[in-house]
Ligand binder design. Structure first.
Ligand SMILES: *[C@@H]1O[C@H](CO)[C@@H](O)[C@H](O)[C@H]1NC(C)=O
Ligand SMILES: *[C@@H]1O[C@H](CO)[C@@H](O)[C@H](O)[C@H]1NC(C)=O
Ligand SMILES: *[C@@H]1O[C@H](CO)[C@@H](O)[C@H](O)[C@H]1NC(C)=O
Ligand SMILES: *[C@@H]1O[C@H](CO)[C@@H](O)[C@H](O)[C@H]1NC(C)=O
Ligand SMILES: *[C@@H]1O[C@H](CO)[C@@H](O)[C@H](O)[C@H]1NC(C)=O
Ligand SMILES: *[C@@H]1O[C@H](CO)[C@@H](O)[C@H](O)[C@H]1NC(C)=O
Ligand SMILES: *[C@@H]1O[C@H](CO)[C@@H](O)[C@H](O)[C@H]1NC(C)=O
Ligand SMILES: *[C@@H]1O[C@H](CO)[C@@H](O)[C@H](O)[C@H]1NC(C)=O
Length: 688
C-alpha cells in the first residue's frame, strides 16, 4: 500500500528532517482526540527567515490540515472510527532549489462516542407454558449488541412492563442470553414484554454511557400441564394452580333400585381440564369402594347410576377417577359417599300450622322466645313424621328460613340471634328437616317483640350478682362444715377402712408418691388384691433403701419388681411444685378446721417427737440425716416413662377432681395416711 511506503520513507528521513535548519515543528508525532473542533492546533512550526513552509499537496491526508501563522491546524473534525492516523508532509523551502520535507504523523485518540447497536431492536418469541426452567428463551447471538468504539457491552434485563422479574433473566452482565428462571403459568400471564438494555460502560462517576434498548415480546402458549379438576373445587395455593374438590354425597333407599342417575351434593360428578385452551376430553370410571358392583358411572357424563339394590345399611365410599383421554397419567380422583337410608315415604310436618311467641326488646342474643300468653314456657316447635310408629323422628333438626334475628335449636326451641331493639311482630318460616332423608316440612312462627317492662326488670334485679355471690359463699361454707363434720363421724366409725381406701386411692392417683408398702401389707394383708397395680407404683426410695421401713415380706416383693418400674414414679418438677402448693393450702385448711391434725410439712426436723410424721421439701432441708431420703429428680427413665408420665398426669387430674369434690373425705384422714407427693424428703416414724 502506498501509504505504508510513504510512511517508511518518511520515517527514514525523519531524523534529518527534524534537525534540518530552516523549518522545525514542536511535535512531529502528535495525538489528537477524535471529534475535535475545526482549527484544532496539531503542532506549532518555526520557520527561519528566508524559509517558507507549505503542506505538501501530495501528502495523503494533507487536505485535513491548514497552516494558520505558525500553527498547523486540523481544519475539520476527525473520527477515529474513520481514520485512526493522519499523515501530512510539510515542505520547507528557501529557494526553488533548496527544499526538504517534514513528515508529521497524527495519531487519533478514540473516544467513547458511539452507542451499542442491536441487530434487531424488537423480537418476539413464542414459548410453551411447560418450557423447562433454565431453558434458553432468546439465544445470545440474537440479542448481542455491537459497539463501534469496540467497548465492552453491559446488559440489563428489565421486566417492569409486567412484573415478571421472577421468570426471566439474562445469563450474565456481559451475556444477554435470556433464560427461564421459574416455571410458567399460563393463567398468570400469557404474554409479556421484556426490555433488554445494552450499555457501553458501567455506571460510575463522570462516565459517558450510551445505551441501546431492544424489546423482547414473549408469547406463552398453554400446555397440557394440569390434571382434571372435579368441580366444585377450592384452590389451595395462591397461584391458583391446584384445586381440590370435596366429597360428593348422595343417598339411596335401602333395598330399592333407583332408575334415575343419583342426585349428589354439592352437584353432579363433573370434571374439567384446567388447561382450558386445550380442553382435553375427560372420561370417568369407578376405581374403588364399589362393593358388589352396586354402582356404575357413565364414562362420558359422570352420571352415577345403580346396577342393583343396596342390601346393607353400610355407606359406600366410592372413588371416581376422571382421566384425560389423550394422557391417562393426567387424572384426578374424587370421593363419592353414598349413604344407604331407610326409605322415607313421608316428610316431616308440623301439627300446628302456626306458632305464636313473645319476647321483649333489649335481651342478650340467645334469649328464649316464650309462648304467647304463657311467659313462663319457652316456645318450642315440634314436627311429626308418619314414617315412624310414634311419629317421632329422631333425625329431625329445625331451622329458621327467612329471619336472621331468630334461630331454632336442633330441638326446636326458638331463640333470639341478636339483641332486638324495636317492638314489632316478626313473621318467619320455621323448617323441620329430616337429616337422613333430607325431607322438610315448614310452619310459620310469629313473634311479638314487646317493649321491655321496666318495673318487672328492676324488681327482678333486687338481688345483684354480688348478693348472689355472697349467698353462694355462705352456703358453700356451711356445706364445708357439714362435710367436715360428716367426715369426722365417718372416720370415727370406719377410720381404718377409710384410711386404707384413701391410701389406696392415693397410691393410685399419686404414682410418684411415697407409698409405704409395709404399712399397707401389715394392716390389710388380704385386701391388696390388685397387687399388680399397687406394685407398679412403688417408689424409687424404697428400692434404694428398703431396710429403713420395710418388713421382710414386702422387701422381697419389691426386689422382685421389674427394673423399669421406678420410671413410673417420675413427675415433672413443675407438677410437683403445683402439688406442693396445693398440699400447703390443704394443710392450712386442715389446721384451721381441725386443731389436732398436725402439719406434716415442715422445714425443720423434729427429732424429739416420736410418732411424729413429717415431710420435707427437698430444697428446704439438708438431706444428710440418716432417716431422710431424697428422691433424685434427675432419675433416668426409659422409653416407657413418657407414657407412664402421661398416665400419671391424667390420674393426677382425676385426683384433683376428687380432691375438690370431696373435701370431707380428705380431711377425715389423719396425717399418717397423708401421702405426700413425689420429690420430697420423707421421714418415717417406724424406726423412731
Ligand atoms: C481545509 O483545507 C483544505 C486545503 O488544505 C481545503 O481544501 C479545505 O476546503 C479546507 N476545509 C475547510 C473546512 O476549511
Ligand atoms: C438451573 O441452573 C442453575 C445453575 O446452573 C442450577 O443451580 C439449577 O438447579 C437449575 N435448575 C433446574 C431446574 O434445572
Ligand atoms: C416484582 O415482583 C417481585 C416478586 O414477585 C417483587 O419482589 C418486586 O418488588 C416486584 N417489582 C415491582 C416493580 O413491582
Ligand atoms: C391472555 O390473557 C388475557 C388476559 O390476561 C386474555 O384476555 C387473553 O384472551 C389471553 N390470550 C389468550 C390467547 O388466551
Ligand atoms: C327414596 O325414597 C324416597 C321416598 O319414596 C324417594 O323420594 C327418593 O327418590 C328415593 N331415593 C332414591 C335414590 O331412589
Ligand atoms: C347426567 O349427565 C348429564 C350430562 O352431563 C347432566 O346434565 C345431568 O345433570 C346428569 N344428571 C345427574 C343426576 O347427575
Ligand atoms: C331402618 O329401619 C330399621 C327397621 O325398620 C331399623 O331397625 C333401623 O334402625 C333403621 N335405620 C335407621 C338408620 O334409622
Ligand atoms: C318469612 O316467610 C313467611 C312465610 O313464608 C312470610 O310470611 C314472612 O313475611 C317472611 N318473613 C321475612 C322476614 O321475610
Amino acid at each position: 500500500m502506498g501509504v505504508s511506503h510513504w510512511l517508511l520513507a518518511s520515517v527514514l528521513f525523519l531524523p534529518l528532517s527534524v534537525t534540518a535548519q530552516g523549518c522545525s515543528v514542536s511535535n512531529s508525532n502528535p495525538s489528537v482526540p477524535e471529534n475535535n473542533n475545526p482549527g484544532y492546533v496539531v503542532t506549532t512550526i518555526s520557520v527561519e527567515p528566508g524559509f517558507t513552509v507549505i503542506i505538501d499537496p501530495s501528502s495523503p491526508d494533507g487536505n485535513y490540515f491548514t497552516i494558520q501563522g505558525s500553527e498547523l491546524q486540523l481544519n475539520r473534525s476527525v473520527d477515529y472510527e474513520t481514520d485512526t492516523v493522519l499523515l501530512v508532509t510539510l515542505t520547507c523551502e528557501k529557494s526553488a532549489v533548496e527544499s526538504y520535507s517534514l513528515p508529521i504523523i497524527v495519531t487519533i485518540i478514540n473516544l467513547n462516542d458511539n452507542s451499542p447497536v442491536f441487530k434487531e431492536t424488537s423480537l418476539t418469541r413464542v414459548i410453551a407454558e411447560d418450557t423447562k426452567v433454565n431453558a434458553t428463551i432468546v439465544a445470545r447471538e440474537d440479542v448481542s449488541a455491537s459497539d463501534a468504539d469496540l467497548d465492552i457491552i453491559y446488559y440489563k434485563l428489565d421486566s417492569t412492563v409486567q412484573n415478571t422479574s421472577d421468570y426471566f433473566a439474562i445469563k450474565g452482565v456481559n451475556n444477554p442470553e435470556i433464560y427461564l428462571l421459574k416455571a410458567l403459568n399460563y393463567d398468570k400471564f400469557n404474554f409479556t414484554t421484556l426490555l433488554l438494555y445494552a450499555m457501553d460502560n458501567t455506571e460510575g462517576m463522570n462516565v459517558i454511557i450510551h445505551t441501546a434498548t431492544a424489546t423482547v415480546n414473549i408469547i406463552i402458549e398453554q400446555a397440557d400441564t394440569r390434571p382434571p379438576w372435579f368441580l366444585p373445587c377450592t384452590f389451595i395455593d395462591t397461584d391458583r394452580s391446584i384445586c381440590i374438590s370435596s366429597t360428593y354425597t348422595g343417598r339411596v333407599n335401602m333395598s330399592e333400585m333407583s332408575t334415575e342417575p343419583l342426585t349428589l351434593e354439592p352437584g353432579p360428578i363433573y370434571a374439567i381440564d384446567p388447561d382450558y385452551i386445550l380442553n382435553e376430553k375427560i372420561v370417568y370410571s369407578i376405581v374403588g369402594g364399589n362393593a358388589d358392583n352396586v354402582f356404575s358411572v357413565d364414562a362420558d357424563t359422570g352420571n352415577l347410576t345403580m346396577n342393583r339394590v343396596a342390601a346393607s345399611p353400610n355407606s359406600y365410599l366410592l372413588q371416581v377417577m376422571a382421566t384425560q383421554v389423550n394422557n391417562k397419567q393426567k387424572y384426578s380422583i374424587a370421593n363419592v359417599e353414598i349413604q344407604v337410608i331407610n326409605k322415607s315415604d313421608h316428610a316431616p310436618y308440623f301439627e300446628s300450622r302456626i306458632y305464636a311467641g313473645t319476647v321483649s326488646v333489649g335481651l342478650d342474643p340467645r334469649s328464649f322466645v316464650f309462648q304467647a300468653g304463657d311467659s313462663s314456657s319457652p316456645l318450642m316447635i315440634a314436627a311429626l313424621d308418619d314414617d315412624f310408629p310414634n311419629k317421632l323422628n329422631p333425625n329431625i333438626e329445625y331451622y329458621i328460613r327467612n329471619n336472621t334475628n331468630f334461630i331454632a335449636t336442633k330441638d326446636g326451641l326458638i331463640l333470639t340471634n341478636v339483641m332486638l331493639h324495636s317492638p314489632e311482630t316478626a313473621i318467619m318460616e320455621a323448617v323441620a328437616k329430616d337429616t337422613v332423608s333430607l325431607q322438610e316440612g315448614s310452619t310459620v312462627v310469629t313473634v311479638e317483640i314487646t317493649a321491655a317492662k321496666a318495673e318487672t326488670s328492676t324488681s327482678d334485679k333486687i338481688y345483684t350478682a354480688q348478693d348472689m355471690g355472697i349467698l353462694g359463699g355462705i352456703l358453700a361454707a356451711l356445706l364445708l362444715i357439714a362435710l367436715v363434720f360428716l367426715g369426722v363421724m365417718i372416720y370415727k366409725q370406719y377410720g381404718k377402712t377409710v384410711k386404707f381406701l384413701i391410701n389406696k386411692k392415693f397410691s393410685k392417683d399419686f404414682p410418684g408418691s411415697y407409698d409405704n408398702q409395709a404399712y399397707r401389707q401389715d394392716e390389710h394383708p388380704d385386701l391388696s388384691a390388685n397387687k399388680q397395680e399397687s406394685t407398679e407404683y412403688v417408689n424409687v426410695t424404697k428400692i434404694q433403701q428398703p431396710s429403713l421401713f420395710l418388713t421382710p415380706s414386702s422387701e422381697q416383693e419389691i426386689h422382685g419388681l421389674p427394673q423399669t418400674s421406678p420410671a413410673s414414679t417420675i413427675i415433672s418438677d413443675q407438677k410437683v411444685e403445683e402439688e406442693e402448693e396445693e398440699e400447703e393450702e390443704k394443710v392450712e385448711e386442715d389446721t384451721k378446721h381441725e386443731k389436732e391434725v398436725k402439719s406434716i410439712l415442715k422445714t425443720d426436723r423434729n427429732e424429739g417427737d416420736p410418732g411424729y410424721k413429717a415431710v420435707w421439701f427437698k430444697t428446704d432441708v439438708d438431706p444428710s440425716g440418716e432417716n431422710v431420703e431424697v428422691i433424685n429428680d434427675n432419675a433416668d427413665y426409659d422409653d416407657d416413662s413418657d407414657q407412664d408420665l402421661r398416665e400419671n398426669e391424667k390420674e393426677e387430674e382425676d385426683y384433683k377432681d376428687d380432691h375438690h369434690r370431696d373435701p370431707g373425705m380428705f380431711l377425715a384422714s389423719d396425717s399418717s395416711s397423708f401421702q405426700a407427693a413425689v420429690n420430697m424428703s420423707t421421714r418415717d416414724d417406724s424406726d423412731a
